[in-house]
Structures are given as C-alpha cells and as structure tokens.
Design a binder for this molecule. Structure first.
Ligand SMILES: [Zn+2]
Length: 405
C-alpha cells in the first residue's frame, strides 16, 4: 500500500513537472517609450493576462556592476541573472564569457537532463557562444532543438542593404517557433528576433522603427497564439516573457551602449498573473532568469544563489537591492524590504574563487531582522580588499561586492 502511494506521488510529481513550461522572447533594441507609443495588440494581450512593467538593465549605474547597454551583454544578463562583471560579456564579440555563472539552460539541464530545450534565433552566437551549446567549459549541455544561423545562409537569405533579409529571417524563425512550440512543447525555449534594432540603428525614432515594432508584435502574436492553443489542448501551464535587451539614445534613437536613462530602460510583458512586489518596483532584466526557474520549480543551486543579482518577480520574496558603504571602520549594509518576516543572516567571504570555478567559504557574521533593512558590520581584515556579502533571508537571497578603496 505504501509503495503504491509513493508510485502515485511520483506519477503526480511527473505530471506536475511536465505541465510547467516557459518561453522568453527578446525583441532587440526597443526602448520602453517607443513600445508604449506603438500599437502592439499581442504584447498588450499578454500583459493583460499577467503584467507589464518597465525595467532596468545595465547594472547599478556608477557601481562595480555597471554594464554596457549593448545587445550580447543584454541577452546574457537575462540568461545568467547576473551583470557583466560576473558573466564577462561586455560587447558583441563575446570574447571570453565566464561560464561559471551558469545560464538558465544549463541550470535546467543539470537539474533534470530529461527537460527539452529549444532556441529559435536570428543570431547564431546566442546558442554557440552565450549558452555555450556543446562546450565543455559551459557544462557540455546540448540544446535539444536549435533553429538558427540563417544570417549566414546568403543563398536562402541574400543580404540586402535595407536589411530586409533580417526581417525575413525573423519571420522564418518566429513561424518555426510557433509551429514547434505547438507541436512539441519544449520545456524551456528562447526566441530571439533582431529586425527592430536594425531599423532603430538605421532610422532612429521614425515611422520605419515604429513599423518594425508592429511587425515584431505580429511575430510575438504568432507564438502567443501557438502557446494558447497548446495550453488548451494539453492542460499545460505556460509562462511567456517578452522583453528587450536595451533602450536607445535620447537624441536620435539610433544608438545605444551608454548609461542614459533611455538606454537603461527596458520592459517586460508576461502572461503570468501571480506577480509579486518586485514586479514594477525596481524590476531588472536579471530578474527574468530566477522568475522562470521559480515558475518551472527548478531550485537554484546554493553556489549560484549566492551570486545571483536578480530577484524573482513571482512567488514570495524578502529583499532586494543590497548596498554597502564604509562607515568609519565599519561597513553599513542596507536593503529594500519586500516582505518583513523572518531573520536576515549576513554572510561574508573574503575570496572570489567562484569566478575561477572554485568555491568560496562564507562566514556568518551577523543576524538581524529582515525588517531592519540595515546592519552595521565590522570591516574584515583582508589582503584582497574585496569582500562578498550575501544576505540570507526566508524567500530569496541577495548579494553585494564591497570594494575597499
Ligand atoms: Zn540589441
């Protein structure tokens, strides 16, 4: 009888497991104001089911984790839940990504190798360099289904100066994404579409750019309709996130890469309706990764949890935004309280071996109430001058690197 119960439990867990699936779509280079001014019925429809918020990218301006508002770094913030100082992607060359900050696909695959993953992308590097598909240093994971690399196929997609071929590839990619998601329902997918950024670079804020956003919305709609159909047919639960990688410059809208508000402001539209206080309150692009993992019920391994810069915008969360500041011979820690229940344990490490693939030893140095929002700790004796602080709280974890100048 008992073993029958366990069998039933296992069966039930499998069923529950299989039902939670996620897809995130990155539409390149759409500033929040441009999106909001443009008629985008599908992105709006997704938001109406869940929520829409502006969000920030680029790290904390002026701090150790400030990051360029450039495409590949922007995607990698989303994939890893960390900023450039950790994942080490600073531009579109993607020279030396630090794969120790494991991305969402690797975390999912290492959690359960039976999960099915997919990528539909108008840029090959997203899979081969950022995810590190098949690379030993990136954990040797394989994306189960990849539909990408068409920008290199000049026979099928001849390159024209107007970059219309990029739109054609986006069409090709989004149609296949819709077909594949409907027919096969992979557990975790990334769709990447590029044309909006090309029109932004070429025309800046213009009717052409607006039109590109509308065309991207239709492509999103294609995928959203496929998911809706699949949910209806299978009873699966799906989370869809539509976002962008960076905004655009204020003067013309042609450029990005800097730290202006417009370049740092992105946006998130999701169908998930159990959003917490973080959504719409300091939301950042790095929040997408832990939010999707939560939805899929995939726990973050402890070493990664301590490095994670994002805060999930679903489920319960305790705190956000840990800051450190020298105060005499001590260090002042402050944080934003999102749920004031429970204790906050402050951990500190005087090493950063994680960065090289090693293990840091954290010491418990103080315990206070989450609700306090602040604590004063002794300045540690360390030759390196860098300390990593982690705040362990009931519902999430945040960290900060204190640099002793
Ligand atoms: Zn971009």
């Amino acid at each position: 009888m008992r073993s029958l119960c366990i069998l039933w439990m296992l069966f039930f867990m499998q069923v529950t497991w299989a039902q939670r699936k996620a897809v995130f779509i990155i539409l390149d280079g759409i500033s929040a104001d441009a999106l909001e001014k443009t008629n985008t019925p599908f992105i709006d429809e997704i938001a109406a089911a869940g929520g829409y918020t502006r969000a920030n990218t680029g790290g904390v301006k002026g701090s150790y984790n400030e990051s360029p508002t450039i495409s590949a770094p922007g995607y990698n913030h989303i994939l890893t839940g960390t900023w450039s100082n950790k994942h080490n992607v600073w531009d579109n060359d993607i020279r030396e990504p630090n794969y120790n900050y494991r991305n969402i696909f690797r975390i999912a695959e290492e959690h359960n190798p039976n999960l099915k993953t997919a990528i539909f992308s108008t840029w090959l590097d997203n899979r081969t360099k950022l995810i590190g598909d098949g690379l030993s240093q990136a954990g040797n994971i394989r994306i189960d289904y990849a539909f990408d690399g068409f920008e290199l196929d000049e026979e099928k997609f001849p390159h024209d100066a107007d970059k219309r071929y990029i739109f054609d590839i986006d069409e090709h990619v989004s149609k296949e994404a819709a077909r594949y998601l409907l027919e096969h329902g992979p557990d975790l997918s990334w769709v990447y579409l590029e044309y909006t950024d090309d029109m932004g670079h070429r025309f800046g804020d213009s009717p052409e750019y607006t039109e590109a956003i509308q065309l991207a919305d239709v492509q999103v709609g294609r995928i959203w309709r496929a998911i809706q159909q699949r949910m209806q047919q299978t009873g699966e639960e799906w989370m869809i996130v539509v976002t962008t990688d960076h905004g655009r410059d204020a003067a013309t809208g042609k450029d990005h890469g800097g730290q202006s508000d417009r370049e740092r402001t992105v946006w998130i539209s999701t169908n998930l309706n159990k959003l917490n206080k973080r959504f719409g309150n300091g939301t950042a692009s790095i929040d997408i990764m832990p939010s999707i993992l939560r939805f899929m019920q995939i726990p973050l391994p402890e070493d990664l949890e301590r490095e994670l810069d994002g805060v999930p915008f679903i489920g319960r969360v305790s705190v956000a935004n840990l800051r450190t500041q020298q105060e005499g011979k001590k260090i002042r820690l402050t944080w934003d309280v999102l749920d004031d229940s429970g204790d906050a344990t402050i951990l500190m490490s005087t090493t950063d071996y994680f960065r090289q693939g090693g293990v840091d030893v954290y010491k418990k140095i103080k315990k206070v109430k989450v609700a306090d929002g602040t604590a004063l700790v002794k300045s540690p004796q360390s030759s390196s001058g860098d300390y990593k602080f982690v705040l362990l709280v009931p519902f999430n974890s945040i960290n900060n690197q204190f640099v002793d100048k």
